[in-house]
Design a protein around this ligand. Structure first.
Ligand code: FMN
Length: 182
């Protein structure tokens, strides 16, 4: 099973990167999983590239989506929503997402853990015809969760990540079987 971690911000000094890396490391420990890391920074085009107007970047993204069974989107909440660069990337494919699944790890420096981002992401994930996995991880006060070097300080996030992975892998497996059966 192939699972992709998407880091959804390209901001200089982004703290979400620490969480995306941690999630990726935990995912790699799961048996039978091929983990892949997608950094939105590697796909920046600054303009919307709809799937029906192909260009090399969007063709590459569509290929990745087809090969991936489920996504973990790690992203900060920006003005109660998702970063623009994440939306531009996700908009580069459409039919390729169908009958796959995605879970959200929302990151915030405040106390609300990016809950508003999760609501909007679930709408977006559904619009892309994926199943939104109902076990998001909300990360509050990100500056207290990791030190400057990205070392985890709040171990309480580990079981939350494991629970999220359990759920995602369950959905990804069932959906993969369903797609294979037609
Ligand atoms: C443009 C912008 C808008 C933001 N809006 C919110 C917000 O709506 N809610 C929130 O909790 N934090 C908000 N933040 C702060 C982020 O929580 C903070 O930057 C945190 O470190 C996670 O984002 P990062 O990965 O960019 O570091 C915002 C930050 C930026 C740059």
């Amino acid at each position: 099973m192939k699972i992709g971690v998407i880091l959804g911000t390209a901001r200089h000094g982004r703290k979400s990167e620490h969480m995306a890396q941690l999630v990726f490391e935990q995912l790699k420990k799961r048996e039978g999983v091929e983990a892949q890391y997608f950094d939105v920074k590697d796909y920046l085009t600054c303009i919307t590239n709809p799937p029906e107007e192909p260009n090399p970047k969007s063709e590459e993204w569509k290929k990745h989506v087809l090969e991936t069974d489920g996504f973990i989107v790690v992203a900060p909440e920006y003005n109660h929503s998702y970063p623009g660069e994440l939306k531009i990337l996700l908009d580069e494919a459409f039919k390729e997402y169908e009958k796959r699944c995605a879970v959200v790890v929302s990151v915030s420096k405040g106390g609300f853990g990016g809950v508003r981002l999760v609501e909007l992401m679930h709408q977006l994930i559904s619009t892309l015809k994926m199943v939104p996995v109902p076990s998001p991880v909300n990360v509050s006060k990100i500056n207290d969760v990791f030190d400057e070097d990205g070392k985890l300080l709040e171990e309480a996030y580990l079981p939350k990540i494991e629970k999220m992975l359990d759920q995602l892998l369950w959905y990804a497996k069932i959906l993969k079987q369903g797609r294979e059966q037609g």
